[in-house]
Design a protein around this ligand. Structure first.
Ligand SMILES: Cc1cc2nc3c(=O)[nH]c(=O)nc-3n(C[C@H](O)[C@H](O)[C@H](O)COP(=O)(O)O)c2cc1C
Length: 245
């Protein structure tokens, strides 16, 4: 197995970072890797906001639902869907942008943001750094708009903590790979049995790592009973990402 595959198959989120700063050179390399990531139609409608200032990070930690690791991490990167950039390009060519008002547009932005997120993760982990993605930036999206001066047609989709690891975390087991890889056609026939088995596996994992608050996977999905970040739709709409087409 090559080194990249080893790193990817050893991924675990880190929520405890040391005070050691991430060097400018490391950060530039990580961002250069994500800069070359593919985007739909080469739209390049993703922008990164690099937040290193401690006070700034503390504010984001609060907005993200008081996530201590966001305040502790030396580098926090906000991944922004940026249809403002494409709008400027389209206006130059005398065209009018509509895509940002559609479900397709939100999907395109979310996919491309995810590719950038994954690329940043592999790059940072390849340098021995720890990471945690932070969907919590959507907890108070209006707060993020104000804090980061986000103009219309932009939306903070996800964030990423990057730092040197203080306390390492164990690799979290996944559900049977047969529930992930489907050959030729979708097949959910093994899901129930695999979920039963995984509920047991994850409970054993929580016990192994001393987490008495751990729950079975099926129970941990309880937040899916509601829209857990309900401000996304109205704030995205206020930013012009109407999602009505
Ligand atoms: C898009 C995305 C958003 C996430 N948001 C958060 C978050 O706000 N806070 C957090 O502590 N972890 C967050 N996570 C980390 C997940 O909880 C973690 O990836 C998952 O439990 C699997 O654990 P592992 O990464 O250690 O394998 C997020 C992960 C992803 C991919």
């Amino acid at each position: 197995m090559n080194q990249t595959l080893q790193i990817q198959q050893h991924h675990r989120s880190i929520r405890s970072f040391s005070n050691e700063p991430v060097s400018d050179e490391m950060l530039a390399q990580i961002i250069a890797a994500a800069h070359q990531a593919p985007t739909s139609m080469n739209a390049q409608e993703i922008s990164l906001i690099v937040v290193r200032d401690a006070e700034h990070r503390t504010k984001i930690a609060e907005l993200a639902g008081r996530q201590a690791h966001v305040a502790q991490t030396p580098v926090f990167i906000v991944i922004v869907i940026d249809f403002n950039k494409t709008d400027i390009g389209m206006r130059k060519a005398g065209n009018t942008q509509i895509i940002h008002e559609s479900m397709e547009g939100f999907g395109v932005g979310a996919v491309d943001a995810g590719i950038v997120l994954g690329t940043l993760i592999t790059a940072a982990e390849s340098l021995g750094l720890g990471i945690t993605p932070i969907g919590g930036v959507r907890h108070d999206p209006q707060g993020m708009v104000e804090l980061l001066d986000l103009p219309p047609l932009t939306f903070a989709m996800v964030g990423l903590c990057i730092g040197h690891i203080a306390h390492d975390a164990p690799v979290k087991p996944r559900m049977d790979i047969k529930t992930f890889r489907h050959d030729e056609r979708y097949d959910a026939s093994g899901y129930s049995a695999a979920i039963d088995a995984y509920d047991k596996t994850i409970m054993q994992h929580w016990q192994n790592v001393g987490r008495s608050d751990g729950t079975p996977w099926s129970t941990s999905l309880a937040p899916f009973q509601s829209v857990y970040y309900p401000a996304v739709r109205p704030v995205a709409a206020m930013q012009g990402l109407l999602n009505d087409k």
